[in-house]
Design a protein around this ligand. Sequence first.
Ligand code: GDP
Ligand code: MG
Length: 704
Amino acid sequence: MKIALVGNPNSGKTTLFNDLTGSKQFVGNWPGVTVEKKEGQIKNYKDVTIVDLPGIYSLSPYTLEEVISREYLINEKPDLIINIIDGSNMERNLYLTTQVLELGIPTVVACNMMDVVEKNQISIDLNGLSKELGVKILPISASKVEGIDLLIEEVVKENNKPSKELDVYSKDVLDSITKIENIISKETNEFLRFKAIKLFEKDEKIMVGFDKKEILKLVDNFEEKFDDDTESVITTQRYEFITNTLKKYIKKNSKQILHTSDKIDRVVTNRFLALPIFILVMGIVYYVSVTTIGEFVTDWTNEVLFGEIIPPLVTTFLENINASPVLISLIVDGIIAGVGAVLGFVPQMLVLFTFLAILEDCGYMARIAFIMDRIFRKFGLSGKSFIPMMIGTGCSVPAIMASRTIENERDRRMTITTTSFMPCGAKLPVIALIAGALFNNSGWVSNSAYFVGIFSIIASGIILKKTKRFSGDPAPFVMELPAYHLPNIKNVFRSVYERGSSFIKRAGTVILLATIIIWFLSNFGFTEGSFGMVEDLNTSILAALGNIFAPLFAPLGWGQWKATVATVAGLVAKEAVVGTLGVLYGMAEVSEEGVEIWSQLALDFTALSAYSFLLFNLLCAPCFATMGAIKREMNNTGWTIFAISYQTIFAYTISLIFYQIGLFVTTGAFGFWTIVAIALILIYLYLLFRPEPSKKYKTNVNYN
Ligand code: GDP
Ligand code: MG
C-alpha cells in the first residue's frame, strides 16, 4: 500500500511523517532536482509506505514543488492521500484540500495543531465539516504526538473511498467542466474531474495529449461571456465555498487576543530594531559555534585526535603487522591526514547545526529571511541566502547544506553557486600568510577578503540573475511566518543528525578518493629515470603537473610552479595551501600562518602578484568537501559543473583584471594582457548593467 502525505508548507507534514514512520525512513531527492524526497514505512505496518510530498498551497503548475507533487499523485497513483491541514489556519489550508479531493483518490484529512486550536479557543465542529466534505477528518497534534495512533488505524484500512463531489462551482462553470470531461474521456478515464478543471484553467502541462483547440475554444467562449479569467473564476469560487462552509463549523473567540507571537514580532521585525537584533543573534551563534566551542572542538580533533592520537597508533599498528612503507604512507599521510582534515570540521558543524536547527524550529529563521529578503532580492538572492553566507564564514560545506531551507529552486541554486566566495575558516591561514609575507601583517588584507567575498556574491547575483540559466517562469515567492514556539528537541536532533551524517558519508566517498589521488600525485614521480615513490616533493608528479600548468597563471602574476601546486593542494583543503608552500620552500613543517617562509615568499612575489594569488585562491573552485556538497545539493551534474566552472572563471578573470590593471597603474606597463583586462572589465560592466531580460519575482508574505 502506498500513501502520499500532502499539505501546506509548515502545516506539520515533516513532524507527522516522523511520527508515522519512527526511524524507518529513506531520504533522497526527487529525480534531477534539488527538492528533498522522504519515504518511509508506517510504524508496525511494513507493507505500507508513505511519501512526504513537498509542501504546497495548490495543485497548480507554477512552482517546482507543485509540479513534483502533482506528477507524483497522477503518475504514481497512491492508494491513499493523507492531507494534513493546519487547524488554526483552516481558510488557507482547505484551498489545497478542495483540489486534492477532486483527484478522486481516497483521502483522510489530518487536522493538525489541535493544541494551538484549543489554546486560541477556536471551536471546530470536525464531525459536521467531515460530513459536508465527505471525507474523514481526524484531529491530531503532530508535535505532541496526539491522535497519531487513531490516524494510523484509519489510514491502513482497506475500505477508504474517494470523497463525494463537492458543491463548489456555479452551474455555468460545472457545465463547461462537464463538456471538457466529455472531450477528454475519449483519450483517458483517469482523474477526469481534476484534469477537466485544470484544463478549464488553461493549465498547459495537462493540455498535452488532448484536443487543445476544442478545449481552448470552449474556455475562450466562457471568458468572453463572463468577462473573467477562468483561473480566477475557479479560485474565487473555491474560496467562497471554503468561507461559506467554515462559517457553519468554526466558532472563534470573539475577543481579539494579541498572541505572544505577535508581541514578539512587534519587537523582532520592527523597522528599526530588526537588523540590530538579527546581527546580535547571528553574532552570538557565530561566536559560540565558530570561535569558542567550535574552535576548541575542531582544534582538538584536528591537532590532537587526528594529529597526536590516531596517526601514531595506526603507524605503530601497521609497522607491527609489517605493512609496506607505501601502504603506511597511503593510510597515514594520505587517508588519515586528508579525511581527518575534513572530519575535523564535524564537531564545529554539529554545534552550528544545532543552533541553526533551534533558530529554524522556533520560527526565528523565517523572520530573518523576511527581514533580509527585500535587500537580497535586488541582486537575485533570497532572504534566506543570508544564512548560508553567515555559515560560510565558518565552513562552506554546512553553508551549502543550509541552502536547503530556501524553497525556490532558482534562489537555492544561485546560493549554492555563490556561497563559497565567503572566506571560510580554512582560508584564514592563507590570508595570514600573504598578509604576513608581503603586507607587514596589516589587518586590511583580511578585512578586504570579506569585502571581496560579499562583493563577489552580490556581483554574481546581479550577473547570473540576468542569464538564461537563472531565468524562466517568474515564481511567486510565498513566505511563512509561523508562530513562535519552543523548539522541539526531537526536530532539532533529527535535523542535526541528518545534516551531519550526510556530510560524514561524503567524507567516506568523494573526499576519500580525492585525498588518495593527491597523495599519489605528491608521493610518486620519476627519479633517475625510474618511476616510484619520491622523498622530495620537487620530483613528484604533482610538481611536474605544476610546471605544465604554471604558465596558465602567468597573466595573473604568479606563473610559478610552486604557487600552482599550492593552489591545486588547496582543493583538498584550503589550509593545505600554506603547508604545501612550506614543503615546497624546503621547510619540513610550517606553523599555521607559515611564518617560516615569509621572507622567501617575499622574494618570489610582488605585492600585486601576492594579492592576485590570494584573490584567486579565495574565489576559485572550493575544496573537494565543498564540491561534494555542491554536487549533493544541486543533485545534477550539469549544474555542479556549471557552479564550479563559474567560480573558477570568475576567480581567474577577477585576479587577471586586478593584476594587469594594478601593474599598469603602478609601473605603466601596457601589453596584450592589459588589453585583455580592459576587455574583461567592459564585459563585466555590460553583464552587470544590461537590462534584465526576464520579469521580476513577486514577493508575497503570508502571516498566520
Ligand atoms: P512542514 O513544513 O509541513 O514539514 O512542517 P514541520 O513538520 O516542519 O512543522 C512546522 C512547525 O510546526 C515545526 O516547528 C513544528 O514543531 C510545528 N508543529 C508541527 N505540528 C505541530 C502541532 O501539532 N502543534 C504545534 N504547536 N506545533 C506543531
Ligand atoms: Mg517539511
